[in-house]
Design a protein around this ligand. Structure first.
Ligand code: ADP
Length: 501
């Protein structure tokens, strides 16, 4: 797959997934908003009802009080002396039925009865009028008392906590909200009059308020404040069903990101592999062509007759074969990375002696470029538990890099030291005065196939495997490796290994 195709797929998928996610979030927000305003409406309606019920309660209280007073006042006095009573009339029931079919009933002999009937009606009407006037005056009196004196009663009596609690509970339940609440009665002048134990609003936005007894004088007005500690749970419970769908979308997003990362990694790997094959071909081509030329020269009689030329040609063949073997060895090292456990033959090895022999083989190479290699192998009892062949390769790789990445203008000065940082470890340092590396490259040089891209010495071919191999081996030996470097000043590789005890 082309890199551009992966990018297009990524963008399309990202837009689709982010769109889906955005829509779900908007939907969630809308649902929460709706549920919230529905909740607010219900609470407001319930609070308004509670306020009205408290007012009705107070009216009833004054009515009862006035009735009781009136009953007390008038209890000793006969109702008839006022022309009206509080109870039922004691008059005998009036027969109002006229027998129109019986003409005798309309005769003058019955005139007296008719007159009685009229009188009785009039008396009844007067009693009713009297009762009406009494009720009216009683109501007026109650209204006046409410208007003038009700606000004088302490609010604790007018709206006591038990009544408010039961009204609130029944109204909220009636409106379909049965969740715990806390409330307080708040006075304009003196603050909280009383409150329930759990009433402690975090912010004023959480408080639902209703004015109690709105006809009270402004300065004496009280409000009923209500909070719902579990409101957010209640709101959230209504949108809970959306959570799994959001979780699935995030899961999809995660899988998508993983897939894209894998696709890009695979792409990079295939590019690296291509580079690797190109490099390898180049590395093998040079010695092969040198050997081939040498072989052709051997076919030449004049060369065969001259012992000096013969020596030179055989030297070339020898050098180039060595180079070829070294390259093959490097490619073989590659297979180590893919195996979980490389086959190791750990044995006791004298680090100083081993390093010394590698330095010896390298000396000539460094001197060829007019440089030196200094060895200060001062570590005491330098016995380590390593695979000899791999340990030699490690030191060889480091020295090879130190020469490969030398500066053109300065003769290579290499230094190899061993010391004991503590009694259980040995520290091996390989230092050069080469081209050095930038800080960001330093972090990656131990990665497989990594080569410093800007290195102007990349006419020097390599596979980007040497340091990855070194790192892996040191790891398997139970040690650590780190690098320090400065561009155009040189690099330093520091290995710490446990001593064999
Ligand atoms: P290779 O040498 O085959 O490219 P390595 O894994 O040995 O791969 O090194 C990785 C990279 O680290 C090299 O490409 C080089 O740029 C950088 N590097 C390694 N050793 C040195 C050194 N001594 N001085 C400067 N750069 C180095």
């Amino acid at each position: 797959m082309k890199r551009s195709t992966i990018w297009i797929l990524t963008i399309v998928m990202a837009i689709a997934l982010l769109g889906l996610l955005a829509m779900q979030i908007v939907y969630l927000e809308k649902m929460v908003g709706m549920r919230n305003s529905q909740f607010n409406e219900t609470v407001k309606r319930s609070l308004y009802s509670v306020s009205t019920m408290l007012e009705q309660n107070e009216t009833k209280f004054f009515l009862d009080q006035d009735l009781a007073e009136a009953e007390q006042m008038y209890s000793g006095i006969s109702q008839n002396s006022f022309g009206f009573g509080f109870g039922e009339s004691n008059d005998p029931p009036i027969d109002t039925t006229l027998n129109t079919e019986d003409p005798a009933s309309l005769r003058p002999a019955n005139r007296n009865t008719l007159k009685d009937l009229n009188d009785s009606y009039q008396r009844k009407q007067e009693i009713l009028r009297g009762q009406f006037l009494y009720q009216k005056s009683l109501l007026y009196e109650v209204i006046l008392t409410i208007l003038n004196h009700s606000s004088d009663r302490p609010i604790q009596e007018r709206a006591d906590s038990l009544t408010v609690d039961s009204y609130l509970r029944s109204e909220l339940e009636f409106n379909g909200l049965s969740l715990p609440f806390e409330f307080a009665i708040v006075n304009k002048t003196s603050g909280v009059v009383y409150k329930t134990n759990g009433y402690s609003p975090m912010s004023q936005e959480d408080v639902y308020k209703v004015l109690l007894f709105p006809n009270d004088p402004k300065s004496k007005q009280n409000t009923l404040n209500v909070t719902f500690p579990n409101k957010s749970d209640y709101i959230f419970s209504s949108v809970k069903f959306l959570v799994p769908s959001l979780a699935f979308t995030f899961l999809l997003l995660g899988v998508f990101l993983y897939t894209i990362t894998v696709a890009f990694r695979q792409k990079k790997l295939s590019e690296i592999k291509n580079d690797f094959i190109n490099n390898m071909t180049h590395e093998f081509k040079t010695p092969i062509s040198s050997i081939s030329i040498a072989a052709q020269m051997l076919n030449d009689d004049s060369v065969r007759k001259s012992p000096e030329m013969l020596k030179h040609v055989s030297g070339v063949i020898n050098d180039e074969t060595k180079r070829l073997r070294f390259q093959v060895e490097k490619v073989l090292q590659l297979s180590l990375f893919d195996r979980k456990n490389a086959t190791m033959r750990l044995e006791e090895e004298d680090a100083n002696a081993n390093i010394y022999s590698v330095i010896n083989t390298f000396k000539l190479k460094v001197e060829k470029y007019g440089g030196h290699i200094n060895a200060n192998l001062d570590a005491e009892d330098p016995i380590i538990n390593v695979d000899r062949m791999h340990f030699t390769n490690v030191i060889f790789n480091l020295l090879d890099n130190a020469v490969k990445y030398r500066r053109e203008d300065v003769a290579p000065e290499l230094s190899v030291t061993t010391v004991n940082p503590d009694e259980d470890h040995i520290q091996i340092t390989v230092e050069d005065n080469g081209i050095g590396m930038k800080r960001e490259d330093l972090k990656k040089i131990f990665e497989k196939f990594y080569r410093v891209s800007t290195g102007n010495r990349h006419d020097v071919k390599g596979f980007g495997l040497g340091l990855a191999y070194v790192h892996k081996m040191i790891d398997l030996f139970g040690g650590t490796i780190r690098a320090e470097s400065e561009v155009n000043r040189g690099s330093k590789f520091i290995i710490t290994l446990p001593l064999y005890k």
